[in-house]
Write a protein of this length. Structure first.
Length: 481
């Protein structure tokens, strides 16, 4: 059994994962040696697991090939180790001590595979949950579900119940509204807080809020109108909620972390739980829309509409299925829209806008069938207005202008705001804001939202100036793209 390659693992997490998968596919040794090999390689690769997930989650822009390579290296490796460990569990020569460790590691890799699957907002494959339930049930049946152990060298101790709960609790969150970094942050928080939570065999309606039915091909659920079954297990979330509330009070968190904490608190608290309701009724529709994405492309399209220039939107046509006052839902091709991610800014041109550009942000992604994904978009403006920001000392000519989208106040009580490139935002800065033929002196005030390439910032109008001089209006702004 050749193990020399393990002493020279690449420093790159992606290359290390791919090399391990190649070596596993070549492995042809007796069962005892196979388990020794699996454990040794697993130990060596452990530091790379989180590094690869972070690299994938935080990547700003990936080609289709790069994204696919990263995702498959992460997801495939964890599921491959699950299958390999399950094979050793069934071997008669595996000792009881080894069974405890292998079961824990199998659940660990299942939890990692779940994170990678949720990075793409994919549903669990048929039978995935039943297989996961069986792994934990083995620990219960043999009496070691609550036996904490060092799953990996020099890491925190965990037991099978905590590793199982890590999978269950992540899936109770509304992950379709989270970005990849937020999914990763939620999983890491759960990892550090579920140890010690009991999975009870009896139901206490005054304390327990969640349950899992191990006879069903699904994960954990909040308890509603429950018909009790012997296959069910129940747990209390009060300690988790208390930990969340303490962390929220800790002012060292940045905004994304706070968003994750608030989301977990909303889902797991017995007092604040509620699913978000739409402010307006959703109605079914059957419209089509062309779409562009990214802050500069959005600004360019709105500018084209304002100036009467032919639209530059092209590519995939989205089929809009539902629409409400502040949102719309569409089903689109995953192959033609591989750029889709939560928080991406988009612009539509479609029938309901009467030729105006509709600007929105992607808030929800759900895979419904192979090759298709449901996209939920929050509408920021049905009548987007192009603007440009200029240095106060630099005049209002086109050179050096920063493109932006002006969003007026609305019934959601949002103040006047701008959508603008993230790299151009400077808190408290004063700028000239040019909107059509008018010029305003404004201050960039409170940051409402920040995403990869754009921000939404409230503005204070300090002074409305005279109309822009005619000779400046005659200058066509420089192309944005």
């Amino acid at each position: 059994m050749n193990m020399k390659w393990l002493n020279n693992l690449p420093g790159d997490a992606l290359a290390a994962h791919e090399l391990a998968l190649i070596q596993l596919s070549k492995l042809n040794v007796p069962e005892e040696a196979r388990l020794k090999w699996l454990l040794a390689v697993d130990d060596a690769l452990f530091p790379y697991h989180y590094a690869l997930a972070v690299a994938y989650a935080r990547a700003k822009r990936l080609s289709t090939e790069e994204e696919s390579r990263l995702w498959h290296a992460g997801h495939t490796l964890h599921e491959a180790w699950v299958r390999a460990y399950l094979g050793t569990l069934q071997h008669p020569e595996t000792s009881p001590e080894q069974v405890v460790l292998i079961t824990a590691r199998t659940l660990y890799h299942r939890s990692r595979a779940a994170v990678w699957r949720n990075f793409r907002y994919l549903p669990a494959p048929i039978g995935w949950w039943l297989d996961t339930h069986k792994i934990y049930s083995l620990a219960e049946a043999k009496g070691f579900a609550a036996q904490a152990l060092e799953v990996f060298p020099h890491e925190e101790h965990a037991d099978a119940a905590a590793l199982y709960l890590r999978i269950l609790m992540l899936e109770t969150l509304n992950l379709s509204n989270m970005t990849r970094p937020q999914i990763l942050a939620a999983d890491k928080w759960i990892q550090h807080h579920v140890q010690g939570i009991a999975l009870a065999t009896t139901y206490d309606p005054d304390r327990q809020l969640f349950y899992v039915d191990r006879s069903m091909d699904r994960g954990g659920c909040r308890i509603r109108n429950l018909k009790l079954q012997p296959s069910q297990r129940y747990w209390i979330t009060d300690d988790l909620v208390a930990d969340i509330e303490n962390d929220i009070l800790d002012d060292t968190h940045d905004v994304p972390d706070l968003d994750v904490l608030r989301s977990m608190h909303s889902e797991w608290s017995r007092t604040t739980y509620k699913r978000q309701r739409r402010s307006g009724e959703r109605s079914e529709t059957a419209r089509r829309a062309t779409v562009a994405h990214g802050i500069y492309a959005v600004c360019q399209e709105v500018l084209n509409q304002t100036s009467g220039t032919a639209s530059e939107l092209g590519g995939e046509i989205w089929h809009i299925e539902s629409i409400s006052t502040h949102g719309l839902g569409a089903v689109v091709s995953t192959e033609l829209n591989n750029w889709l991610q939560i928080g991406r800014i988009v612009v539509f041109k479609e029938e309901i806008s009467f030729g105006m550009s509709v600007v929105g942000v992607i808030r929800n992604l759900k895979h419904q069938e192979p090759g298709k994904i449901y996209v939920g978009t929050e509408i920021l403006s049905y009548m987007a207005l192009y603007g440009s920001l200029h240095q106060v000392a630099g005049g209002t000519n086109a050179a050096g202008a920063v493109p932006c989208i002006f969003v007026s106040s609305d019934e959601r009580r949002l103040n006047l705001s701008l959508l603008m490139p993230a790299v151009e935002y400077e808190a408290g800065a004063e700028r000239y804001l040019r909107l059509d033929k008018r010029l305003h002196r404004v201050r960039l005030h409170r940051l409402v939202e920040q995403q990869d390439d754009w921000v939404r910032v409230e503005i204070d109008v300090l002074k409305q100036l005279v109309a822009v001089p005619q000779h400046e209006l005659a200058q066509r702004p420089n192309p944005i793209l």
